[in-house]
Design a protein around this ligand. Structure first.
Ligand SMILES: Cc1cc2nc3c(=O)[nH]c(=O)nc-3n(C[C@H](O)[C@H](O)[C@H](O)COP(=O)(O)OP(=O)(O)OC[C@H]3O[C@@H](n4cnc5c(N)ncnc54)[C@H](O)[C@@H]3O)c2cc1C
Length: 567
């Protein structure tokens, strides 16, 4: 494949969907998608082909690039396209529709903090909006340059050159890292020091440290260190009002924490250029198993007891019957718990044994000979790592975003949403969301859909349920109709989770698509306070207008794909 003309130094991404340009589905995977389409859609269903760059007629940039910026500011079509939208279902289908009303005028690839400061000064002078961009994996409209009518132009600020581990403090097990570093590059640069950040969101390959901090991302591990919040020791934020750098401290009781304001700021306060992060040693001992329960309720009770036992498993992923069936993990209807422990310091057999006692008293079953223990040291307790349920589920989980590239063209809506809820309200939320979403999908699309649930994280006071749904958007090649239906389904899911007591997002962030839910669940006085803080750091409101809140003096409101949709 000929590379697209670009100023990006990264390997080229597929601009219209998930993955790198040179990554494709295997023939078996293509057959799987076709079989799925065959099951869901009537005979003769039309598949729309993915777009080419030449399909887009982007409006010319509204500003000419000044000579001083020409080394690191691009107006090339590929660069503007790949920075136009994130990676949600709605972003993908809009690419298939070949409609991009909000492509940024420029894409800047600053090579230094000075470049960022120069750009902020230019934006202030010319009334432009700046949109910080890490890896562009936002699933809630966080990087779409739909900034309302009050700006003369938009600039996407790609931080890819801030991609180094800059310092390692071995004694404190911490590192200073450039915010634009991608997950795999961070781990590669930490490995020679014997450390890991051990933060593995599903989007790990394509997302960045700065993006994780800005969105309060959640990693793969189920308990204790799950949100990026837990790993942030200090941050450095460049704002139009100056630099805000916080002190490295293991803890501090000195008033409200400035880092707490930066973490989750979603690009509205300025640019996170660096952070000190807490590291961990590479794990040595591991244990894993899967257990089955007759019902989700039984499995949830076991997970509640484990989450409150102080055992803190690294993996504690409960999958409901629909999720198990969809992934072909059991022949009979049941819920499955994938349980794992790991440690860099000690064998974890005792922890696993105690967790399995809890599983058993809660009515779960597991196969004794499938409990797998492994170690990278000589003390291997059982040689084989389990290659069963946990592995096959994990493979499907990693490949799903690639499958969506093709499902979208078939008019199949495949999407996810996630929440968190205290244990006392979990059963009601789970039943309410499942039945509410099934009813909404059938009413909106005229066809039954599938709604499944798993826990991605568990806390002593409640789980973070993650819902996946499939629905028939359209089978005639009319992807506009599919998008319209998705918008209504999305509004229904936003409403359901908040009205049943959950948060509108546990780790996907607010962006533009979750603003209605965020406004319902957060105190108005808090949002006013946040807007005042933003006005102090960013007086002209140049940073990411439309995300989280409106800048003071500008009423951007809900923009992006949920604009005008009641939710
Ligand atoms: C298939 C898939 C799986 C996903 N899995 C997970 C998951 O397991 N856990 C999870 O938490 N999320 C997940 N996400 C969502 C997404 O990956 C996260 O929100 C991630 O943290 C975004 O990082 P990014 O570098 O791609 O940021 P971007 O998408 O580029 O930006 C996200 C937001 O942060 C702001 N931002 C980015 N960098 C900076 C910076 N340096 N300074 C200031 N603001 C900045 C942007 O303006 C934007 O508002 C997934 C998304 C997809 C598509």
């Amino acid at each position: 494949m000929t590379p697209h003309e670009s100023m990006s130094a990264r390997k080229q991404l597929r601009f219209w969907g998930w993955g790198y340009d040179d990554e494709h589905l295997s023939p078996e995977e293509d057959r799987l998608i076709e079989a799925m389409a065959g099951m869901l859609l009537p005979e003769g269903a039309v598949e729309v082909s993915p777009p080419q760059i030449s399909d887009f007629d982007l409006p010319p940039p509204r500003m000419a690039v000044p000579p001083d910026f020409s080394e690191w500011v691009s107006v090339l079509p590929y660069d503007r396209l790949v920075h136009s939208l994130g990676k949600s279902y709605a972003d993908g289908v809009r690419m298939f529709l070949r409609e991009l009303p909000n492509a940024p005028d420029w894409v800047a690839f600053p090579k230094s903090e000075q470049n960022i400061s120069d750009l902020m000064a230019y934006a202030e002078q010319h009334n432009l909006a700046l949109i910080p961009f890490g890896g562009g994996t936002s699933v809630c409209g966080g990087i779409e340059a739909d900034v309302g009518e009050d700006y003369a132009g938009t600039i996407c600020l790609d931080l890819q050159h801030l991609n180094r581990v800059l310092e390692v403090d071995v004694a404190s097990r911490a590192a200073r890292v450039g915010a634009g570093i991608l997950g795999p590059d961070l781990e590669t640069q930490l490995k020679p020091h014997g450390f890991t950040l051990r933060h593995f969101p599903q989007s790990f390959r394509f997302s960045t440290l700065g993006g994780w901090i800005a969105t309060r991302a959640g990693g793969h591990f189920a308990t204790v260190y799950t949100h990026i919040d837990d790993f942030v020791e200090s941050t450095r934020l460049l704002t139009p009002s100056g630099v805000m750098e916080t002190r490295r401290l293991p803890g501090s009781g000195a008033g409200p924490s400035p880092d707490r304001m930066v973490i989750g700021s979603e690009g509205i306060l300025g640019v996170i250029t660096e952070a000190w992060v807490r590291l961990q040693s590479l794990p040595v001992w591991r244990a894993s198993v899967s257990a089955t329960f007759d019902t989700m309720a039984q499995g949830a009770e076991a997970v509640r007891l484990i989450s409150q036992s102080g055992l803190f498993p690294s993996n504690c992923r409960l999958l409901d019957e629909t999720e198990v069936q969809f992934n072909g993990l059991a022949s009979e209807p049941c819920a499955v718990l994938v349980l794992g422990f790991e440690s860099a310091d000690h064998p974890v057999q005792a922890w696993m044994e105690r967790a399995l006692e809890i599983v058993t008293v809660s009515g779960g079953t597991y196969q004794e000979d499938k409990v797998s223990y492994s170690s990278t040291k000589d003390q291997i307790e059982k040689p084989e790592r389990e290659a069963g349920t946990a592995e096959s589920w994990r493979n499907a989980f990693i490949r799903m975003p690639y499958y969506r590239n093709r499902l979208t063209g078939f008019g199949i809506i495949a999407d996810t949403f996630e929440t968190a809820i205290t244990w006392d309200k979990f059963a009601e939320l789970y039943e309410g969301v499942k039945s509410g979403m099934e009813a909404a999908i059938e009413e909106i699309t005229g066809t039954p859909g599938s709604v499944s649930c798993r826990f991605t994280h568990v806390y002593p006071d409640g789980p973070a349920p993650y819902f996946t749904f499939f629905a028939v958007g359209d089978s005639t090649g009319n992807l506009r109709a599919a998008l319209d239906k998705w918008q209504q389904i999305k509004a229904a899911s936003n409403k359901l989770v908040v009205s049943l007591g959950g948060t509108v997002t546990h780790h996907h962030a607010v962006g533009r698509d979750h603003r209605s839910g965020y406004e319902q669940q957060s105190p108005e006085l808090f949002r006013q306070t946040l807007a005042a803080a933003k006005a102090s750091l960013d007086p002209t409101g140049m940073f990411n207008p439309g995300v989280l809140i409106d800048p003071v003096g500008k009423s951007v409101g809900i923009t992006g794909v949920m604009k005008g949709i009641e939710g």
